[in-house]
Ligand binder design. Structure first.
Ligand code: SAM
Length: 444
């Protein structure tokens, strides 16, 4: 077999990455955009580490769960991996992705908790800006490449994203701002990012210098479409693909985006972490509050706490909370929110590395008080914090994970002293391969 050969094979299963796996003789083939049970024709694209990678040409025998993608840009964008799959089937697949990743633990995985309407859920948007034949492109990187595809309407975002697309397109014409070119690294405008809640929007123009032409026009035009607008500048000369530098400058409007989530007031800056799908997140938050049993007299340690939304929930329910978060801006925001929600006597927001600070925090809490630790780490998982957590002595650990593979690594360490009580996948990212998993553990 060689690159460009055309082959036909059956898809046996979807791997941990949501891609189909099939075999021709002893050769293992991996291919995106397929469903288990399908027969496909495909072209070989590359070989790596004993695996052959292929691109779909034609579905010869389609699965009964294959549906026509709603998005007209699905083939050129590559942002959604599962749009060709019926939504209920997506939920089963995500259940199985978690089940395969956690197969060592011999624990039942609950059904995936989904949403009623699996589109228009994202509250965050990162437009990449480029140009082709002197025409601006406002869209996303085509999956796994540096090629920018123009996407005027994305079904994962509500109509606000289309409005923003039109304003950015008009802004580029009106301001005559130069467009950044990835290859030559010349030009100014690189990204336009936004967060949107309840028709309030925070927009950041990421440019290579410190002057945004026609910024007043941009602010005024945004104000005509959205209720409250905050407009920021981020000056980013980095050579890598990181969207932001540290340099944020507020140009107009309120300092942050404000919202109310399950009774607590929150504020979000352009760079702080906020879950992208609030309807499903509310379901997860309710479950977390339930599992942690937050109440008067209980102590909760909130690790990897971001701007401290969960800390506010725990404190509102009566618990004393200590949170640890690495990113300074998020901790500053967390401290503001604690004050704004009148919870200063309940929450202590600490800045630092969980790995170094967890042990100190545990030692400072009253010895016999019931303790629960909630963790919500980034994709790479707990790393060094896992063994401190395993030896923490807390009665309960509640673990929210966005990556079943790093979750599996961490659980191997935690089960030395903890018993897994339940595992529930949640569909935070419908139409994509990603899945969020909530695990409840109790001290043995
Ligand atoms: C998945 S987010 C969770 C945020 C928060 N729980 C929420 O729901 O809004 C992970 C957070 O962990 C923080 N983080 C990453 N590594 C860390 C470390 N070693 N110590 C403390 N915080 C860390 C990141 O800055 C980020 O805010």
């Amino acid at each position: 077999m060689k690159v460009k050969d055309i082959v036909e094979f059956d898809i046996s299963y979807l791997n941990e990455d949501g891609r189909g796996v099939g075999h021709l003789g002893s050769q293992k083939l991996v291919i995106p955009d397929v469903i288990e049970g399908e027969r496909v024709s495909a072209v070989i694209t590359s070989f790596y580490d004993g695996v052959t990678f292929a691109k779909l040409l034609k579905v010869i025998k389609p699965s009964e769960f294959r549906v026509k993608p709603k998005c007209p840009y699905n083939d050129i964008c590559g942002g959604c991996n599962f749009q060709h799959i019926d939504y209920q089937k997506q939920l089963y697949i995500k259940h199985d992705l978690v089940k395969y990743a956690l197969s060592d633990f011999n624990v039942k995985i609950d059904d995936t908790v989904g949403v009623y309407y699996p589109f228009k859920y994202r509250n965050k948007l990162h437009f990449v800006i480029g140009q082709k034949d002197k025409k601006p492109l406002i869209g996303f990187f085509k999956g796994g490449t540096k090629q920018i595809v123009d996407i005027p309407k994305c079904i994962l975002h509500d109509d606000w994203a289309e409005k923003l697309y039109n304003i950015v397109a008009e802004y580029i014409k009106v301001s005559k701002i130069s467009i950044y070119d990835i290859d030559s690294q010349e030009g100014a405008l690189r990204y336009v990012t936004a967060r949107h809640i309840d028709n309030n929007i925070i927009v950041t123009m990421v440019i290579t210098n410190n002057f945004l032409p026609k910024s007043e026009w941009l602010y005024k035009t945004l104000k005509e479409e959205f209720k409250k607008v905050s407009l920021y500048l981020n000056i980013n000369n980095r050579m890598d693909s990181k969207v932001y530098s540290e340099d944020f400058i507020k140009l107009n409007g309120d300092w942050n985006l404000q919202a109310k989530i399950m009774g607590v007031d929150i504020e979000v800056s352009p760079s702080s972490f906020l879950q992208v799908n609030l309807p499903i997140m509310n379901k997860i938050y309710k479950r977390i509050i339930d599992y942690t049993d937050a109440k008067e007299g209980s102590y909760i340690i909130d690790l990897f706490s971001g701007i401290g939304i969960t800390s506010l929930f725990f404190a509102k329910a009566g618990a004393k909370v200590t949170s640890i978060e690495l990113e300074k801006n998020s901790v500053n925001e967390a401290r503001r929110l604690i004050k704004a929600n009148n919870l200063s006597d309940k929450v202590n927001a600490l800045q630092g590395d969980c790995n170094q600070m967890l042990k100190i925090v545990i030692d400072e809490l009253p010895k016999n008080a019931p303790k629960t630790i909630f963790v919500d780490p980034p994709r790479k998982g707990l790393e060094g914090t896992a063994s401190t957590l395993a030896n923490s002595g807390a009665q309960r650990i509640i673990y929210l994970s966005c990556n079943p593979l790093s979750l599996a690594t961490d659980l191997k360490i935690l089960i030395k002293h903890y018993k897994i009580m339940s595992i529930t996948p949640f569909d935070m990212f419908p139409q994509t391969k990603h899945v969020e998993t909530l695990v409840e553990l109790e001290l043995k």
